[in-house]
Design a protein around this ligand. Structure first.
Ligand code: C2E
Ligand code: MG
Ligand code: MG
Length: 733
């Protein structure tokens, strides 16, 4: 739990942004850049490929056009009639008039220039735009035609070249006029008459070529600044620059981009929106997780009811305070335990108990200083870590303050509650410093404070520990005793002074310890009360006494009840069941209670007393005069008997005061119609005095010590036989 907490709290919202959001956003942006970059590159690549392809196509188209010119030319140069009429001088009638080499070459085949050049580069026939002229071919095409003619003369097939004429570029083909019937090897190439066809690379030509080869927007320019993406240079045979054909090829890459970018953009937008959503959700759940981790951490370290630090946090703080780094030894651990809290809880219920604890917590918190810690260790146990400057003075002062603050009554659900707090102090510099030891010592001191009358404090001393060990041993033994039936009952008679009979016997518990011998109830009843064992012991006593009483005809049996048994609402039911099981007449059972049950919650006590009364049993107020309650309750509570505490009887002979008190209690009892019993009668003088004062019953060693059942029976028998003598003795005194 702790490690989960710390892990979670370490993972804050800011860290979430740093560890998750930033890297994710980074990766996304990088991915988007990569994708866009890749797209642009491949689009460019596509465009490049297209340009290269269209350039190859344009080059091929030009070559095909040139070959076409050559083929057209060849159709003429191999004709025997052409050889006949153009070789060795020209027959103009045949050429022009008959239309053999005439206007149709321009109008149908589109050759702007046609020349017949005789050996010695002498133009003997020129057709310009289909019209015969006297133009000289070499003059019209001064650069390139002569070279072409010389190369063509030695080639059987037409030779083509690009040649400039004026401001235009022409595809020019030349071929010697030589029908196949003449053996070429018998002819000197210089003697050949050459036929020349020239086609102008004008816009019409380019449009046609573009149409045929799907090249759009072909233009020709005569410098290299054409401003278009694709171009091919026009060169002569001997690599002289003539001009450039340029065009705008399609851009499939751009098309691809324009096709892909909108949906891609949309996709990226959606992705981005989705990512924002995912991050927001993740952030939200991280925040929720963080909050729940904080809650868990708070639950793990703070008490849910009072919001004080709990035992876990207390230990952490104590460890820190005691660590060598803290460099302070003036530390006190102060353990607190509420007095009478259980009574409040039992009588008013848990909700009221919770409210009381909350109010107590507030008061404790207001007592400590900023550096100190007050924690709820559980139930009604609290503890303080005090960092003092002068111990034990500081711890004592704080303890007094704490005790005083809790002493002030609390108001819970309209009830005014008086509780107290017992305090145990342990000082770090007198202990070996181990946190567990310190806490344990404070607890031992607390126990001593409780024993010392509550609402007080004790500082731990070494011998307290030994005493506690002893007590622990005793506690263990007592538990064993209950299990092993080591408890036994002794009985002491109560004598009726008026008619000299044994009126009742009081059952008094004893513990026959294998080592310690017979242990007095004064030594183990408080321990049994603290540990709660008294409930089991009390029930055993009640049952044993009631069954024993069945053996004694008419004798009333008195059984002591502890205040601890009184806290339990089950008490009435327990008594009822015991009576039912044993079959004892309820009228013969007398329950002895002490004033202390009335101190905390008189209303609850009255309710239980009334419950007991309704069973038909008698109630006696034991040890009367030792408590601190007012006499008023005698009137309002259903007591049948007052037992005057033996301390007053013992003092009878020494002080007059005791005599006066005893007298007035007897008369008080009489006026309230309660039986009065005097305890601890040891002498005949005491017995006589009490009889004189009108006391109803006496109990004491003078008559009999508490004895086992058999001896009690013998006593009763003896008493009945010589009671006269006893009475005489009493009277004589
Ligand atoms: P208690 O109820 O007041 O019992 C009377 C005590 O006075 C008994 O002490 C008895 O032995 C003693 N006593 C009787 N006559 C004389 C006398 O003449 N002189 C002197 N000095 N003492 C006399 P015990 O038996 O030691 O019991 C002490 C207390 O322990 C009882 O006081 C009672 O409060 C408690 N106790 C005894 N048995 C039980 C029990 O079964 N349940 C509970 N809850 N408490 C018991
Ligand atoms: Mg008693
Ligand atoms: Mg008593």
């Amino acid at each position: 739990m702790r490690s989960l907490n710390s892990d979670m709290s370490r993972f804050s919202g800011r860290q979430f942004t740093q560890r998750i959001v930033y890297p994710m956003a980074g990766i996304m942006i990088l991915m988007i850049i990569v994708v866009i970059g890749f797209l642009i590159l491949s689009a460019r690549q596509q465009n490049r490929l297209e340009i290269d392809g269209s350039m190859r196509l344009a080059t091929t188209a030009l070559q095909v056009k040139a070959r076409e010119v050559g083929r057209n030319l060849r159709d003429y140069t191999i004709r025997p009639d052409v050889h006949e009429n153009l070789h060795d001088g020209i027959d103009l009638g045949w050429a022009v008039t008959d239309g053999n080499i005439g206007g149709t070459l321009y109008s149908e085949l589109g050759y702007e220039m046609v020349f017949v050049v005789a050996p010695g580069d002498k133009t003997i026939y020129s057709l310009i735009d289909g019209v015969p002229t006297k133009a000289d071919a070499i003059e019209l095409m001064p650069r390139g035609l002569r070279d072409l003619l010389h190369v063509a003369a030695i080639q059987p097939d037409p030779t083509t070249s690009l040649i400039k004429s004026g401001s235009d570029v022409y595809v020019v083909a030349a071929n010697g006029i030589l029908p196949p019937s003449i053996d070429r090897s018998t002819i000197n190439p210089r003697d050949l008459t050459m036929l020349v066809f020239a086609k102008r690379l004008d816009q019409k030509f380019l449009d046609r070529m573009g149409h045929d080869y799907l090249l759009s927007d072909l233009t020709i320019s005569f410098d290299e600044q054409h401003g278009k993406e694709a171009s091919i240079p026009l060169m002569t045979q001997n690599r002289m620059y003539l001009g450039t054909i340029s065009w705008s090829p399609p851009k499939p890459g751009n098309q691809l981009l324009s096709f892909i970018v909108p949906p891609l953009g949309m996709a990226l937008l959606v992705l981005a929106a989705f990512s924002v959503l995912v991050v927001r959700n993740a952030r939200r759940s991280t925040t929720a997780l963080e909050e729940s981790a904080t809650r868990v951490s708070h639950l793990a370290h703070y008490d849910a009811l009072t919001s004080l630090p709990n035992r876990v946090l207390f230990r952490e703080r104590l460890d820190t305070a005691l660590s060598p780094l803290a460099q302070t030894s003036q530390i006190a651990v102060i353990c607190l335990d509420l007095d009478n809290f259980k009574e409040v809880n039992d009588s008013l219920g848990h909700a009221a108990g919770d409210q009381l604890l909350q109010q107590v917590s507030e008061r404790l918190r207001s007592c400590i200083s900023y550096n100190d810690t007050v924690a709820r260790l559980g139930g009604d146990e609290f503890a303080v870590i005090q960092i003092g400057s002068s111990q034990p003075h500081d711890a004592e002062e704080l303890s007094r303050k704490l005790i005083d603050s809790i002493r002030t009554p609390f108001i819970v659900e309209g009830h005014t509650l008086h509780i107290g707090v017992s305090v145990g102090i342990a000082l770090a510099d007198t202990t070996d410093g181990a946190p567990e030891r310190l806490l344990k010592n404070a607890d031992i001191a607390l126990y001593r404070a409780k024993q010392g009358g509550r609402a007080t404090y004790r500082i731990f001393e070494a011998q307290m520990d030994a005493e506690l060990q002893e007590r622990r041993g005793l506690e263990y033994d007592l538990r064993q005793a209950v299990l092993k039936n080591e408890l036994e009952l002794h009985y002491q008679p109560l004598i009726d002074l008026e008619n000299q009979t044994v009126a009742a016997v009081e059952a008094l518990v004893r513990w026959r310890h294998p080592m310690r011998g017979l242990v007095s109830p004064a030594d183990f009843i408080p321990l049994a009360e603290e540990t709660g064992l008294i409930v089991a012991i009390g029930e055993w006593v009640l049952e044993t006494a009631c069954s024993q009483a069945l053996d004694w005809d008419r004798l009333r049996i008195a059984v002591n009840l502890s205040p601890v048994q009184f806290r339990n609402r089950e008490l009435v039911e327990t008594v009822r069941q015991v009576l039912q099981r044993t079959g004892l007449d309820p009228d013969r059972l007398e329950l002895e209670i002490t004033e202390s049950i009335l101190i905390n919650d008189a209303a609850a006590a009255l309710e239980i007393l009334n419950g007991l009364k309704s069973l038909g049993v008698k109630i006696a107020m034991d040890d009367f005069g030792t408590g601190y309650s007012s006499l008023g309750y005698l009137n309002s509570f259903p007591f049948d008997k007052i037992k005057i505490d033996r301390s007053f009887i013992g003092d009878l002979s020494d002080t007059e005061k005791s005599g006066a008190i005893v007298k007035s209690v007897i008369s008080l009892g009489q006026s309230l119609k309660m039986v009065t019993t005097a305890e601890g009668v040891e002498t005949s003088e005491q017995a006589a005095f009490l009889r004189q004062q009108g006391c109803d019953q006496v109990q004491g060693f003078y008559f009999s010590k508490p004895v086992v059942a058999k001896e009690l029976a013998a006593f009763v028998e003896r008493w009945n036989s010589d009671k006269k003598q006893r009475v005489l003795e009493v009277e004589a005194a």
